[in-house]
Design a binder for this molecule. Structure first.
Ligand code: GDP
Ligand code: MG
Length: 302
């Protein structure tokens, strides 16, 4: 039997539902999802294996104009993913822009796709929030003038029409043996997902600049005999003034953060853990090349 396999990047502006789509397709919460833009910072891999195909999805950070070095690194992940792909899924959010035209003419998205001959599929997401005539208009509009192989309306959140997305991808993939073992769903380790879960809770709990100024590092991750796993994580912020905000009055905020993160981590790891959180200040880490490197924001040419 011939097998098709390949890499498929998911790209689009912030908040259109890229991470939701990958998680729904893989059936695991690999990528963090919030109602705030720019939560995904690196590219996250999700592997979907069936008898006759293997699709390796690359969830990427939202495309925007970088304002600091971290965002430049994030954009580099998008370019790299697109370069490595056999198929590109471009997502737009039909709810935030019923005309669609403005969303897609976004210069940044165009720049990423420019001079790229990879086959592309356009996904019109969040159709659960839109009405039928609007969606049909959009489909017609894009089918006519674009160079997409297919235009597919979906709801990533509700799982609507995703079989069609899979079929369309498989059709475009090259014949190739599987890249990963059948039971593997990602390439990152438990530590990475623990930091992502804590970051997600930071996004849910704090406002404005705080989540964007925060990085999470694992200081210690110990499996213990006759005791729960011990995880000690550092919440790194950019300024002294952000520290008391994370802590909250009498440490109430960080305590709640720790509780909700621990519950989610336990669900993900399917075992109980003891989670300790500390706050550290690393002045302007988002603009510091060395710190970014230490925090794992590597670029391909380093
Ligand atoms: N109603 C609805 N909301 C969605 C859908 N897909 C994603 N969302 C929501 O849109 C927000 C952004 O989703 P996320 O996956 O983090 O977007 P990303 O920034 O592109 O990765 C979250 O609040 C999601 O719950 C959808 O199909 N329908
Ligand atoms: Mg995302």
């Amino acid at each position: 039997m011939s097998i098709k396999a390949g890499f498929v990047s998911i790209i689009g502006k912030p908040n259109v539902g890229k991470s939701t789509l990958m998680n729904t397709l893989i059936g695991e919460r690999l990528s963090i999802i919030t109602n705030k833009p720019q939560t995904t910072r690196k590219r996250i891999l999700g592997i979907l294996t069936a008898n006759d195909y293997q699709i390796i999805f690359l969830d990427t950070p939202g495309i925007l104009n970088p304002e600091y070095l971290l965002q430049e690194r994030m954009l580099e992940y998008v370019f790299q993913s697109v370069k490595d792909s056999d198929v590109i899924l471009v997502i737009i959010d039909v709810d935030s822009d019923p005309n669609g035209s403005k969303t897609f003419s976004d210069e940044r998205v165009k720049a990423v796709l420019k001079e790229n001959n990879t086959k592309k599929i356009l996904l019109l997401n969040k159709i659960d929030l839109s009405n039928q005539p609007d969606i049909e208009k959009l489909i017609n509009q894009y089918s006519e003038k674009s160079n997409f192989e297919k235009v597919i309306p979906i709801s990533a959140k509700e799982g609507f029409n995703l079989e069609n997305v899979i079929d369309a991808i498989v059709e475009l993939l090259p014949e190739h043996s599987k890249y990963f073992p059948e039971d593997q769903i990602t390439d990152e380790n438990e530590r990475f997902f623990v930091t992502e879960i804590i970051r997600e809770k930071v996004f849910e709990r704090y406002r404005e600049e705080i989540p964007y100024s925060t990085e999470v590092l694992i200081a210690e991750f110990k499996e213990r005999e006759n005791a729960k796993d011990y995880i000690s994580a550092e919440i790194v912020v950019e300024k002294e003034t952000q520290k008391p905000i994370i802590l909250g009055a009498k440490g109430e905020s960080i305590k709640k953060l720790g509780q909700s993160a621990r519950e989610e981590i336990e669900k993900f790891l399917q075992r109980e853990v003891y989670l300790e959180l500390r706050v550290k200040v690393r002045e302007k880490w988002r603009s510091n090349p060395n710190m970014l490197k230490n925090f794992g924001y590597n670029t391909e040419n380093e």
